[in-house]
Write a protein that binds this ligand. Structure first.
Ligand code: C5P
Length: 401
């Protein structure tokens, strides 16, 4: 069936490339309907976009005729995918905040379909912490990104990261999203965050895990087409779009939720599960008494990674654990693969500010190999991992794994 794409053109010089993008999408049989921001119309005209798309172009949230005929809700719904190209810093900021004061931002807020953003801006604007925060928030909400690329800026000649991805790249990323990614038909379970182990009704034991890495991995696997269940301890993060999120507190609840999500093809255990919990939870708040400081007696928690790794019919094809280490990272990670029975370990040195931070440096250990990944954002780690998982499962199903 013909795929319908809604292309939102933002106000940047790269808008001229969006006309080429319309052609490339139509060549592949997609129907393209265009929304242009006011700013975009300084760079290209609705007439040009309309002539190339062969459809009426929408520009105004407050134009009675446009709203009456189709309206922003129908624009958002009557498509299979929304592409924003160029996605300017301003459009991204609006989308990250949920503003809806013009047609493009209102459509994005009303969207219930996958969204692919192709950012384009000056390298300083892209690198600005505000833009990076917005990009991270949009990624965490499940929106996809293509680019920006490194290269020369059309307007200033400056070099850096900020060039919009080429029309063919955007088209290919869009078609991959539409046709289902490489993990289409695969089920994945991801754990994230810390567990919370009650001492009494008000006190608990926990740790500093933010959940960022696990949430990014859940999003990246979903973006690659997998059906993902994210089992998460308490975090301050919003549930990623397109992922089924189960919130739990204790390690035992986390294990039960993981087992309930089986069968799965992939399990990525990112959560920082508490190794021990109080042996008994006091029913009432423990009072300060003259008897002095209470002794806390601990008992071992179940090991979720080891449990899911156990051989058997329900064992996921690929079970992946994390190892937060502060020394002898590779040796400890290898020992962990053997001890837990998992397939891969992503080891990271947490002696820096990895926990709660936005970057991560990974050593990927499989039974056969070890590879060091450069320091990168947690979102980039997630994307690279999703890609490695896709390649491995494709290899296995072809009998090469
Ligand atoms: O043994 P350690 O806690 O270092 O192992 C870390 C790996 O094991 C992580 O993947 C973590 O999610 C998982 N784990 C688990 N259940 C536990 C302890 C750790 O799933 N009780």
């Amino acid at each position: 069936m013909e795929k319908r794409i809604l292309l939102i053109i933002g106000g940047g010089v790269a808008a001229y490339k969006s006309l080429e993008l319309i052609r490339r999408l139509r060549e592949r049989g997609a129907a393209v309907r265009v929304v242009m921001t006011q700013a975009a119309q300084h760079f290209i005209t609705p007439l040009a976009a309309g002539a190339i798309s062969g459809e009426r172009v929408f520009t105004d949230l407050f134009d009675t005729a446009q709203e009456f005929d189709v309206g922003h809700i129908r624009l958002a719904r009557e498509c299979d995918l929304i592409i924003v190209a160029p996605a300017t810093a301003d459009l991204m900021a609006k989308a990250a905040l949920g503003l809806a004061n013009d047609l493009a931002s209102a459509v994005l807020l009303a969207a219930d379909k996958p969204v692919l953003l192709a950012p384009a801006m000056n390298p300083q604007m892209w690198a600005n912490p505000a833009t990076q925060r917005n990009a991270a928030a949009l990624r965490a909400s499940g929106l996809g990104f293509i680019g920006p690329n490194e290269g020369e800026m059309a307007e200033s000649g400056e070099r850096g990261i900020g060039r919009m991805a080429e029309p063919e790249q955007i088209r290919d990323a869009a078609l991959a999203l539409l046709n289902g990614g490489p993990l289409k038909g695969k089920r994945a379970i991801v754990t994230a965050g810390a567990t919370l182990e009650a001492i009494d009704p008000v006190r608990f034991l926990s740790n500093r895990s933010s959940g960022k890495q696990g949430y990014s991995i859940a999003s990246a696997l979903a973006a690659a087409g997998a059906e993902v269940t994210l089992v998460t301890g308490p975090t301050a993060l919003a549930a990623p779009l397109g992922v089924s999120t189960v919130r739990v507190e204790s390690a035992r609840e986390m294990l039960a939720a993981c087992e309930a999500a089986l069968p799965a093809d992939i399990a990525v255990m990112v959560a920082a599960v508490a190794d021990w919990r109080p042996a008994a939870v006091a029913e009432e708040k423990i009072k300060k008494t003259e008897a002095g400081i209470p002794a806390l007696s601990l008992t071992e928690n179940p090991d979720i990674l080891a449990t899911l790794s156990k051989p058997g019919k329900k064992r996921p094809q690929l079970v992946i654990g994390f190892a937060a280490e502060t020394e002898k990272v590779e040796a400890h990670a290898r020992a962990k693969i053997a001890r837990k029975g998992c397939d891969w370990i992503l080891a990271n040195d947490v002696s820096g500010d990895v926990m709660g931070g936005d970057k991560n440096q990974i050593l990927l250990i499989t039974r056969e190999s070890a590879e060091t990944w450069p320091l990168m954002s947690k979102a980039a780690v997630a994307q690279k991992l999703a890609q490695r998982i896709s390649e491995t499962l494709a290899g296995k199903s072809a009998g090469r794994g």
